[in-house]
Each structure stands twice: as C-alpha cells, then as structure tokens.
Design a protein around this ligand. Sequence first.
Ligand SMILES: Nc1ncnc2c1ncn2[C@@H]1O[C@H](COP(=O)(O)OP(=O)(O)OP(=O)(O)O)[C@@H](O)[C@H]1O
Ligand SMILES: [Mg+2]
Length: 365
Amino acid sequence: MAEVTREIIEEAIKGYIEPHLETDLVSAKSVKDVAIDGDKVKVSVVLGFPAKGIFDDVAAAVKAAVEGVDGVGSCDVDVSSKIVAHSVQKSLKPIDNVKNIIAVASGKGGVGKSTTAVNLALALSAEGARVGILDADIYGPSQPRMLGISGKPESKDGNTLEPMMSYHLQAMSIGFLIDEETPMIWRGPMVTQALEQLLNDTNWDELDYLVIDLPPGTGDAALTLTQQAPLSGAVIVTTANDLSLIDARKGLTMFEKVGVPVLGIVENMSYFTPPDLPDRRYHIFGQGGGERTARELGVDFLCEIPIDPRVVEGGDKGSPIVLEAPDSDVAAAFHGLAGKVARKLAVLAEATPQIADANITWVSS
Ligand SMILES: Nc1ncnc2c1ncn2[C@@H]1O[C@H](COP(=O)(O)OP(=O)(O)OP(=O)(O)O)[C@@H](O)[C@H]1O
Ligand SMILES: [Mg+2]
C-alpha cells in the first residue's frame, strides 16, 4: 500500500473548491495541520473569515476528500476561523484593536447605505466575528435609531469614548453626542476632526471588522474618510436606475484614487416580490443595472437585495431586518453579502500582508 504523506492529503483536499472562496483550501492557506497516524488522519482547517454557518460543510467535504485517498482509513477534521488583518493604504497605520475596516459607500443618498451597513455588520457578527459599526454620517446619523440605542457613551478617562452596545455590536455615532433637535453646522475642518475622533478615540474592543456607514456621495466628509481611515476595502451600494449607477461610478473612482480595494457593488431595492405571489419578481427600478455597471467597471457584483417593507419598519424601531425577519429573502441576501465580503478580505489579506511601514495615523487637515 502506498505511504500516505501530507502532500498526498493536500492534493486530495485541493480537489474541493470552497464555493465562496472560489479556490481550494490549500491555496487559500487554510489547511494548517495534517497529522498522519497509520491509516488515521487528522486535518485542522483554519478559515480566514467568520463562517460558523459552513463549518460542517467544509468538514464533511475535507473528510470525504481525504477518506478517498488510497491507504486512509478514517479522517477527523477540525474547522475553526481566525480573521486576518488586511493591509491598508500605504501611508496609514492600522488602528489598534481593529483588524479590518470596511467602508459602505454610495454615490448618492437614500440608496440604502445605512441599511446595508447595519445588516452587513449583524450578519458578520452572526458568523461569530467581533464587529463594530461607525456611523460616519455626520450630517444625518441614522445608526442610533436603526440599532435602537439612546443615551450617551461613557468616557472613563475623559479622552476616549466607550462604544455603545447593541445586539453584540460595538457602535459609535455622532448621533450619540449631539442633540437630535439641534442641527449642526459643520465646516470642513470640523468634520475631519469629528470623524477622526469618532474613529480613533473610541475604545474599540478587539474588533475583527469595523463597518463604516459613510456619508452619502463623494463630498468632503466621504473623501476625508477614504483618505485618512485605514480601510481594508469598500462596498458600494446602488439601486438599479441609471442615475444611481453614474453615482456609483463616482464612488468607485474615489476609492481607486486612494488605493482602497473595492470589494464590489451591491444593488439594493432590486425587485419586489408580493407576499401573495412568491414566484414573482417586479423589477421596479429596472433590471440588471448593478451587474452591468460592475462588469463595465471591472469590479464584482456582490448581490441583489429585494425590496421589503419590513426593512423600513425594522429600521424605524431599532430592529434591523436580519434580526427582525431572519427568514426573509432580504436577510438571506445580507448573510450572503457578509460571507462574500469576509472571504474576499481573507483572500486579499493572504495576498497582501499587513503594511505597517509608516508611523502615520489620522492627520487632520
Ligand atoms: N431593501 C429595502 N427595502 C425596503 N426599504 C428599504 C430597503 N433598503 C432601504 N430601505 C429604506 O429606504 C430608506 C433609505 O435607506 P437608508 O437610510 O439605509 O439609505 P442611505 O443610503 O443610508 O440614506 P442617506 O443617504 O440618507 O444616509 C430607509 O427608509 C430604509 O428603511
Ligand atoms: Mg444613511
């Protein structure tokens, strides 16, 4: 009988392409240990992204692949995740305690950026990651309402702020610090400074992912963040009509200029399925626009998110749809999105190790 070696085992595991990773586990550097004892094999797989939901599938696929090897009697597989930190823009230093920062952006307002940010954060958290959300929309903060948080953050030392907690998310928003009734008049430098403080002076507690709900458009506040927050990647939200797509293009250019990888485009409010006609899809804003733009711009199309009135209700009462209607198609779309985003970041992180060559952090202009 042929001798069983690590190489042979890895070759067998390579035959399994993890569907979301779009590559095999050996190439993704996820196979950590292979212990061979006679005809018994033990494989330990460590995924670079949170994936509680697929641990069993991965274990079963690896087990089947290894047990198919000549000379192997049985195989035990242990699957876990360890989220890796990704590199950020060259001149910036990552923030302590935050492994990956994901910006959720849009070229224009009202396309569902805040909705996407909060549900993406909750879906990542559901897979077992430690997640925070930073509401960087200085002019119209919506995360306090969406997460049902009221009250003010504590400061233990007079300089830093403790994040507010909601549904296991660590959250920070200008909305916690200002009076909702008093409109704020922000000028450029004040915006920069406020954003800098919210990001850097919050005591984030060991985050795998910090999702930033960016202000709409490509104005000062959004630009400040893309230039000065150490981002791992960006997600651009659009709707299917042409105008939104032109705006999505602007958003994309903004990230490309500063070297932040655009993870892809999300098309929100893609179609409506009436509850009494579950097989119908009405494409109210047109069909296929997000996918077409993604193709034209050479970035990935991440997902379509259907229209569901429960998104609005959940947002208004502080219970985002991923929690409010976990069985809905919208919730499923957000879970799918979280899986893709996390896997893309894991692959990027393996490809480009953390750059920490400069001692520069946020600089106020
Ligand atoms: N898939 C959806 N189905 C139904 N309603 C939605 C959906 N996505 C977002 N909405 C609703 O559309 C409105 C705008 O969404 P949201 O506040 O997330 O957008 P935004 O891009 O953050 O807006 P702004 O530019 O004002 O910050 C909200 O009332 C939200 O509940
Ligand atoms: Mg918003």
